[in-house]
Design a protein around this ligand. Structure first.
Ligand SMILES: [Mg+2]
Length: 354
């Protein structure tokens, strides 16, 4: 089962400000400032406003849009409340983001039932979850039910907002046929264009083709073919450990001014180091991210032998990555630092001298 809140940030704003209801609400930076859209209400989506779009573009597409600054603490608190509701139904939850989670509810559907009977048995449970969220939070969620993560997510997306969709085993191949290949998670625009050049546009085309896909899809080719038939054996990731920590900064004006970039990196390195220390973690991977004026975004990373924990180390590695990969060749719109492969910090400082 996959649960996804509908236009989450924008819906919270419409709930808390009745005067916004039925209106195009755009959560993000104001249109006359740099920065992007974090979320758009369904009314704003009619104007083709989408999240991650520059706010200036959103302002042009939807001049009557109500631009609202994000209130992250409010969304986080709401998210915790929603996840707590889900946990009443099953402890087996993989929270994917602030407003999205996979639930393994197979135990509730009596594992010995035939696949499609089990899916059907989950229908009233999903309805109850939706009602609880609506009642407790005055927000709507969309839920998809199927036998794996890939299909459950497609299902939750299928009838948004306030949707509830079941994809049965007997229907999965036909359900997938008309969908564009880009619907498959892991197919980026480059792969999609490559496949389209081979004459493959829909998932049905993928099902039918006998052409080798390796050249375009690389190591993903085998999985791609499996997904086309609705096969996905990824288990739920039930660990609630943090996987990465990052910080980024959009400049008021694009810049390649070294002292400005260095100051930004220092600040973000401190931010990341503090979060690491709060969770008592070190990182074996450090990544930098740059976005240029034309929105091209690059990331480069390095893997270390010993975990880093300090602001200085993170800062130094970030500078090294920028220099080594010649990333600052034109003004930057955004710069960011991320760390991952999080492990306990190495304890060599504490080792006793014998
Ligand atoms: Mg959502």
């Amino acid at each position: 089962m996959h649960m996804d809140m509908d236009a989450f940030y924008a819906s919270v704003e419409q709930r808390d400000h009745p005067e916004y209801r039925g209106k195009p609400v755009i959560v993000g930076s104001p249109p006359d400032q740099r920065g992007v859209v974090c979320a758009a209400s369904y009314e704003a989506r009619k104007f083709k406003v989408r999240s991650a779009m520059p706010s200036s573009t959103a302002g042009r597409l939807c001049p009557q849009g109500i631009f609202v600054r994000p209130r992250m603490e409010v969304y986080r608190a709401e998210s915790a409340r929603i996840m707590a509701i889900l946990k009443e139904f099953t402890p087996l939850i993989e929270q994917v983001s602030v407003d999205e989670a996979y639930l393994d509810v197979s135990a509730l559907a009596y594992e010995r039932l035939p696949q499609d009977t089990a899916i059907e048995a989950l229908h009233p449970i999903a309805e109850t979850i939706k009602e609880r969220i609506k009642h407790d939070c005055q927000l709507t969620a969309s839920i998809g039910i199927s036998m794996n993560k890939f299909l459950a997510k497609l299902a939750s997306d299928y009838q948004k907002p306030d949707g509830l969709t079941l994809i049965f085993d007997r229907d999965r191949v036909a359900f997938l046929r008309p969908l564009p290949i880009g619907t498959i998670h892991g197919v980026g625009p480059v792969t999609a264009r490559g496949l389209e050049a081979m004459g493959l546009k829909t998932i049905g085309d993928l099902q039918d083709t006998t052409l080798p896909l390796g050249e375009v899809a690389g190591s993903f080719a085998e999985k791609l073919k499996a997904r086309a038939f609705g096969i996905d054996d990824r288990p739920l990731d039930l660990s609630d450990e943090r996987k990465s920590i990052s910080a980024e900064n959009t400049f008021l004006e694009d810049t390649e001014h070294r002292p400005t970039l260095k100051a930004a990196l220092k600040e973000m390195a401190l931010d990341v180091a503090q979060t690491l220390s709060k969770h008592d973690l070190g990182a074996l991977t450090v990544q930098v991210k740059v976005r240029y004026s034309d929105f091209t975004t690059l990331t480069r990373q390095t893997r270390l032998d010993d975990p880093v924990t300090s602001e200085n180390e993170i800062y130094r590695i970030a500078c090294f990555l920028l220099a080594r990969h010649h990333l600052v060749t034109s003004p930057l719109r955004l710069i960011g630092i991320g760390v991952s492969t999080l492990v306990p910090p190495s304890s060599h400082q504490l080792r006793l001298p014998f």
